[in-house]
Design a protein around this ligand. Structure first.
Ligand SMILES: NC(=O)c1ccc[n+]([C@@H]2O[C@H](COP(=O)([O-])OP(=O)(O)OC[C@H]3O[C@@H](n4cnc5c(N)ncnc54)[C@H](OP(=O)(O)O)[C@@H]3O)[C@@H](O)[C@H]2O)c1
Length: 302
């Protein structure tokens, strides 16, 4: 039996991934803070480790950084940090202690693209060196470190640096849907900042591709090959909804709403190429921004 354990599998990406894996014949067990059918808790993983033969472990856990209802307090920052670093470290420990018949073939950890310092000119690939330059970059770098498995264990270790995930049920599209629907959408600031992005179906397919292909290992940029700006996204999403997208969200409003340290996720960006991802042979279903927006523009979720 092919079994996948998904940390944070109850979330936006996790729900779509679980459905894809189940439709493809996998048994999915979710690791959650809340017990339930088809779930194990983080506490159980910490205490008992991996209990059944497992094909792959995927970590998608993380407190939503851009939750507008939460102030950027030291306590909230700690939640953001712990929900990523501690869960990845806990899975690495469970894998290290698992007996050979239970050990997964691959551990896949998702993180963000803040490793790459915002720059409107340079195009980054997975081969570029990354150094800490602010809180978000430190978070991404430490997250990848926490998700690192000792090579001697023989478990493939895929680290997905993921751009903004475009899907109707969550993330940026869910937050922006109503303003765009009522014709009040537009770019963030002047909109010239790069916006690395990926369609949710491509991200989930890339995770399944990483599970099934033994040549896939190491860092992969989980971004679409179409390098765009925030303004390009606003235009494409507006067009997909048959609406204008001309009203910019001023920088001072974004900084006021989120506080500057996390607002950089919206007001700045880097140009990122998925060089290694393409080298693995992965094929995108939505390489172009308009097609991605079009496919996730329906009003109702059913
Ligand atoms: N969405 C994007 O555009 C995007 C882009 C780049 C990277 N990512 C990363 O991808 C991962 C998944 O994203 P998503 O949009 O699917 O996230 P999501 O829906 O907001 O949440 C994922 C799961 O994380 C768990 N979680 C939330 N807060 C937690 C906390 N304080 N402590 C422990 N667990 C917590 C929850 O599971 P339980 O409630 O079941 O415990 C939740 O279902 C995140 O790490 C995110 O940073 C997302």
């Amino acid at each position: 039996m092919k079994r996948v354990l998904i940390g944070g599998g109850t979330g936006f990406i996790g729900t779509r991934l679980s459905n894809l894996l189940k439709d493809s014949g996998y048994t999915v067990t979710i690791i959650s803070r809340m017990p339930g059918l088809g779930r194990v808790t983080w506490h159980e993983v910490e205490k008992h480790g991996i209990k059944e033969p497992t094909t792959a472990i995927v970590n998608l856990c993380g407190q939503n950084v851009l939750d507008p209802t939460r102030r950027w307090t030291p306590g909230f920052k700690q939640n953001v940090w712990n929900s990523r670093i501690n869960t990845s470290a806990s899975l690495v420990r469970a894998i290290s202690h698992a007996s050979p018949e239970l050990k997964p073939e691959v551990f896949i950890n998702i993180s963000g693209v803040s490793n790459y310092k915002p720059d409107n000119k340079k195009v980054y690939t997975e081969y570029d060196e990354c150094k800490k330059y602010d809180y978000m970059s430190e978070l991404c770098i430490e997250w990848e470190k926490a998700a690192t498995i000792d090579k001697s264990l023989g478990v493939r270790n895929v680290k997905l640096r993921t751009g903004v995930v475009l899907g109707r049920e969550g993330g940026m599209i869910k937050s922006l849907y109503l303003p765009f629907f009522f014709g009040a959408g537009g770019p963030v600031c002047e909109g010239n900042q790069p916006l690395p992005w990926i369609h949710i179906d491509d991200l989930c397919e890339l995770i399944m591709f990483s599970i099934e292909n033994k040549n896939v290992d190491g860092v992969l940029n989980a971004v679409a090959p179409d390098i765009i700006t925030n303004k390009d996204f606003a235009k494409a999403f507006g067009r997909a909804l048959w609406r204008p997208a001309l009203i910019p969200l001023p920088e001072f409003v974004v900084n006021f709403m989120f506080s500057q340290e996390r607002a950089v996720l919206l007001t700045t960006g880097a140009k990122i190429e998925p060089k290694r991802t393409i080298e693995t042979g992965f094929k995108y279903q939505y390489p172009k921004i308009y097609d991605a927006c079009r496919s996730e523009s329906k009003l109702f979720l059913f």
